[in-house]
Design a protein around this ligand. Structure first.
Ligand code: MN
Length: 201
C-alpha cells in the first residue's frame, strides 16, 4: 500500500509553513501498535482517538471523549488518516488554519488486538486492517489514563459513516470514574488546555 496516497487528505488540508503539526511524508511501520487521544479545542471541543493501523493513525473525532463506563456509547466520527508522527503532537494550530485551536496530548500508550486470537469472545479472529474493514475493532489499551478493552463499532455507511466507542466489560471498567473531567492534564506536558493555549497565545 502506498503511504503517500493514504496521507493525501492529511496533506491537502494543511499548510505546513503555517501549522506546527508534523508533515509526516510517509506512512510508518505497519507493526506499530500505538494509540493516542488528543483533546482538540477547535470550533467544537472533541477528543481525537487514533490507532496505528498498517502504518498510519486511523482517526475518529469523539465529541464527548472516551468513557470508562461500558453503558456509555460514545459517538466517534471518522476523520482523515494521520501520520504516525502525529502521536507526539501537542500545541496550537493557528487561527485560519485547518483545525485551528489547541491540541493537548490527553493519553498515549500501546494496544493489543483482541480479535487476533481465535476463540476469544464472539467475533471471528481478524487482523487490525481486517477489523477496520469489518467495522468491528476490539483492542486492549495500555495507556496512562485508559486501560482495558475498548470496542469501536461502525454504524452508518458512506457519507453517514459513524462509529461508536464503547468500554468493554472487564476489570478496568469503572462507571464512577470520569477521566475526561477529573484527569484533564496532558500526559506530555502536565498542562491543561487553558494553560497550553496561553503558552502559545
Ligand atoms: Mn480534531
Amino acid at each position: 500500500m502506498d503511504g503517500d496516497t493514504r496521507l493525501e487528505k492529511y496533506h491537502e488540508k494543511r499548510d505546513f509553513r503555517k501549522t506546527s503539526e508534523p508533515g509526516g511524508e510517509k506512512a510508518g511501520s505497519e507493526r506499530s501498535r500505538i494509540f493516542v487521544i488528543q483533546e482538540h479545542d477547535a470550533s467544537n471541543l472533541h477528543y481525537d482517538f487514533r490507532l496505528a493501523i498498517d502504518g498510519v493513525l486511523k482517526s475518529w473525532a469523539v465529541p464527548k471523549g472516551p468513557s470508562t463506563d461500558p453503558r456509555e456509547k460514545r459517538l466517534a466520527v471518522p476523520t482523515e488518516d494521520h501520520p504516525l508522527e502525529y502521536a507526539d503532537f501537542e500545541g496550537v494550530i493557528p487561527e485560519g488554519e485547518y483545525g485551528a485551536g489547541t491540541v493537548l496530548l490527553w493519553d498515549k500508550g500501546t494496544y493489543r488486538n483482541l480479535r487476533s486470537q481465535k476463540d476469544k469472545g464472539k467475533a471471528k479472529a481478524a487482523t487490525m486492517p481486517e477489523s477496520y474493514d469489518d467495522g468491528h475493532i476490539e483492542v486492549w489499551l495500555k495507556g496512562e489514563k485508559l486501560k482495558g478493552g475498548y470496542a469501536l463499532i461502525r454504524t452508518g455507511k458512506g457519507k453517514d459513516e459513524r462509529w461508536l466507542l464503547v468500554k468493554m466489560k472487564d476489570d478496568e471498567a469503572d462507571a464512577r470514574r470520569n477521566p475526561v473531567s477529573t484527569e484533564p492534564e496532558s500526559v506530555k506536558s502536565g498542562r491543561t488546555i487553558e494553560e497550553l493555549s496561553q503558552d502559545h497565545g
